[in-house]
Design a protein around this ligand. Structure first.
Ligand SMILES: *[C@@H]1O[C@H](CO)[C@@H](O)[C@H](O)[C@H]1NC(C)=O
Ligand SMILES: *[C@@H]1O[C@H](CO)[C@@H](O)[C@H](O)[C@H]1NC(C)=O
Ligand SMILES: CC(=O)N[C@H]1CO[C@H](CO)[C@@H](O)[C@@H]1O
Length: 680
């Protein structure tokens, strides 16, 4: 217990680092447009998708359409979709979207609508201004629904696009395709922005749109998302070579058509812009319920802690909603002597046809291109890590660059949060694992960052890196005091002792502070309570498993793998999510562990109650073991949804029967075993 307390103290210092020096930024976009007029840089946008079954193509094309519709000169905008699934279905959907964009972009421009993600726009029940807009709205909605129906039908049948297949030459590129893990590079420029024929229905140019499925061979490691990003960096350098790169995940649509200008305000700032390598937006979600059942909005992390990181040199690169300076991402060191002159970087002088361009760019996405090169080491995103984004961002900062956080009141990028407890815990496990891997690698913020980034920044990185390491102390605190209650052995000072005061002080001040902080980040009180629960659950399960995986890996007994989180859900699962009812889904070791711990606490609490009832003397027990009882009561209260799911709920999302049985057995064995142990 003392060890656990010491750990909490140490970790508290790390959390304070994030609160020492918060920085808040805002931009002045009108000044940017006045000053640079026609000299804005080119912007390349990368959207990454990996699996058409987990990430529905209709969601992917909505993201693509939302970024194509940015309020930015279309001839300077290029959108790249990297499809690691190499799926014809995704290609087909993108083809449909490219047709739809010819109507969608003029509509967005004409009526200046927000948000520009079609699905989100239609869902928000737009109010037309006048009769002309009402007719346009009706016809654009019809077009969208037609596209959606086509895509959904082909998703269901998986082959209904055969008649189109013969019409569009792009599909022939699948002729030599044998499987998702074994195929040639498939690169198709669906809209070539340079070509004078590519115009929308009102005669305006369109942004370039490129589909890429990089070459995959079983004998070459493909490095997941980092590999896809690096292929995109190279391919785009041939096609559009924008100085600024925006990277979003396929479920993260743009909810603000001005974000590019926001980012450019940072990069093109005369005084500080030169040293900024990337501009990160906080990760936000479109489907968070009012009281944020799983705490998946990371409210305090995004609204408080990331501003603190900004004060020390910049936020972590989150892998989505982030604008990069291309050369910083490609490994250039920051130097004061090399200033970028934005006004001169404006010409595109490639004079080749679309086909030739495709052929030239294709070889850049081959498996062999990176062999014996610095890609994945010094250039581009780093390979071999689960949280390649965080590591890449940190090494960029270690090369002298800064990053900044832009967090306007209106969220600019909106993703999808997990909607079931097992999904949430898996995602947390992956992050905990990846960040711990960072601390234990040669890129440990303490050694690698020494003299490269500020001390405060190092502490902040350690705070995240050691997320998973919290599991042991938390596990001690949620088991040992309750078990000692069983034997009526006090572990903390009694209530009348002066040593009780420090405990009371810490408990009261900590929880007041944390609830106020949460409420000030636009949360609700129930939301705060939910977050306390999730805080306990992820430490006792996700982080514990993450910690064990890393230890096993260090001992050479296990391999790390990358899991894509599912972004679609059943209808009744969604319904329960919206009503804020916890979803336990299938049985898994993590859930069993949580249930067993919850039951154990319940047993301990029941024992104390019955003892007090039998012997009387409740006051004596409270006097001697007040803090222990308090802890146990709080644990029982916070676990209430678990008990409910085990014993009272009837719906499909309740605790699976076998988990209930197993956890009852484990809890009984734990309590009885412990009693016997102490007797011995
Ligand atoms: C997205 O943007 C719209 C329009 O600006 C805004 O009304 C809406 O609240 C934003 N969405 C979310 C989830 O905040
Ligand atoms: C950046 O700086 C480091 C150390 O100062 C040096 O080793 C490295 O070669 C430099 N990289 C480039 C691309 O100049
Ligand atoms: C409130 C809300 O929008 N919930 C949605 C979040 O995303 C899941 C998965 O796509 C949907 O099923 C929910 O309806």
């Amino acid at each position: 217990m003392s060890g656990a307390e010491m750990w909490f103290t140490l970790y508290w210092i790390l959390t304070q680092a994030l609160r020492w020096n918060p920085v808040y930024r805002s931009t002045f976009k009108d000044r940017l447009s006045n000053r640079y007029k026609n000299h804005m840089p080119r912007v390349d946008i990368f959207v990454c998708t990996a699996d058409p079954n987990l990430e529905p193509p209709i969601m992917v094309v909505n993201t693509v359409l939302s970024v194509m519709a940015y309020d930015y000169p279309p001839e300077k905008l290029s959108v790249y979709l990297s499809d690691d699934g190499g799926s014809q279905l995704t290609f087909y959907s993108l083809l449909k979207a490219s047709k739809f964009s010819k109507y969608w972009l003029p509509y967005c421009r004409k009526y200046e609508i927000e948000p520009r993600c079609p699905a989100a726009y239609f869902k928000s029940l737009p109010e037309p201004l006048d009769a002309t807009q009402a007719t346009s709205l009706a016809s654009i909605k019809k077009l969208y629904e037609k596209m959606e129906a086509r895509i959904e039908l082909s998703t269901k049948l998986s082959r209904s696009y055969e008649e189109i297949q013969s019409k569009h030459k792009g599909f022939s590129k699948w002729d030599s395709y044998s499987s998702q893990h074994d195929h040639d590079t498939i690169l198709e420029i669906l809209i070539d922005g340079r070509s004078p024929e590519e115009k929308d229905v009102e005669g305006w140019p369109l942004p370039t749109l490129v589909y890429l499925a990089r070459e995959k061979r079983p004998q070459y490691i493909h490095h997941y998302k980092a590999g896809a990003m690096n292929a995109l960096i190279r391919v785009s350098s041939k096609i559009s070579n924008g100085e600024i790169i925006l990277n979003v995940d396929c479920d993260v649509y743009s909810n603000n058509s001005q974000s590019i200008r926001d980012a450019l305000c940072c990069f093109m700032d005369e005084k500080y812009g030169q040293e900024i390598a990337f501009v990160q937006w906080p990760q936000m979600f479109s489907n968070i319920t009012k009281n944020d059942l799983y705490g998946s909005s990371f409210r305090v992390t995004m609204q408080v802690e990331f501003h603190g990181l900004d004060g020390f040199g910049g936020p972590i690169y989150l892998g989505t909603g982030c604008f990069h300076r291309r050369d910083a991402l490609c490994g250039r060191n920051f130097s004061k002597d090399r200033l970028v002159e934005w006004k001169s970087q404006n010409q595109m002088t490639i004079e080749v046809s679309t086909q030739e361009l495709e052929e030239e760019a294709k070889c850049l996405a081959s498996c062999t291109y990176e062999v014996n090169s610095q890609w994945g080491k010094e250039v581009g995103l780093k390979y071999g890590f689960i949280v390649e984004d965080a590591i890449t961002g940190m090494t960029i900062q270690c090369r002298g660059w800064k990053s900044v956080l832009l967090n306007p009141i209106k969220p600019s990028f909106l993703g999808l949060a997990p909607t079931t407890l097992p999904q949430f815990l898996m995602q947390q496990k992956r992050w905990g694992e990846g960040l711990l891997q960072l601390v234990l690698s040669k890129y440990c913020p303490l050694w690698y960052g020494h003299k490269r980034i500020s001390f405060g920044h190092q502490l902040c990185y350690c705070h995240y890196g050691l997320w998973a390491a919290n599991c042991l102390a938390t596990l001690c605190y949620s088991t040992i005091p309750s078990l000692y209650l069983l034997k009526s052995i006090p572990l903390f000072p009694e209530i009348s002792s002066p040593w009780f005061l420090p405990f009371a002080y810490i408990i009261i001040s900590k929880y007041t502070y944390s609830s106020v902080e949460y409420l000030r980040s636009q949360g609700t009180f129930r939301g705060w309570w939910n977050e306390q629960r999730v805080w306990l659950y992820k430490r006792n399960s996700s982080y514990l498993f993450a910690f064990l995986t890393i230890v096993l890996k260090l001992l050479g007994l296990s391999n790390l793998t990358f899991v894509v989180t599912a972004k679609s859900a059943d209808k009744d699962v969604s319904e329960r999510y919206e009503n804020e009812i916890m979803e336990f889904g299938h049985s898994s070791p993590m859930i069993t562990l949580l249930a067993a711990l919850a039951l154990m606490n319940l047993l301990c609490f029941a024992t104390v109650l019955s003892k007090a009832a039998m012997d009387g003397g409740i006051m004596v027990i409270v006097e001697n073991m007040g803090l222990q009882i308090l802890l146990c009561v709080v644990l029982v209260l916070i676990n209430f949804p678990l008990y409910e799911a085990m014993f009272f709920r009837k719906d499909k999302g309740k605790m699976p029967r076998d988990v209930t049985v197993k956890s009852v057995v484990y809890a009984l064995v734990g309590c009885i075993g412990f009693s016997l142990l102490l007797k011995g």
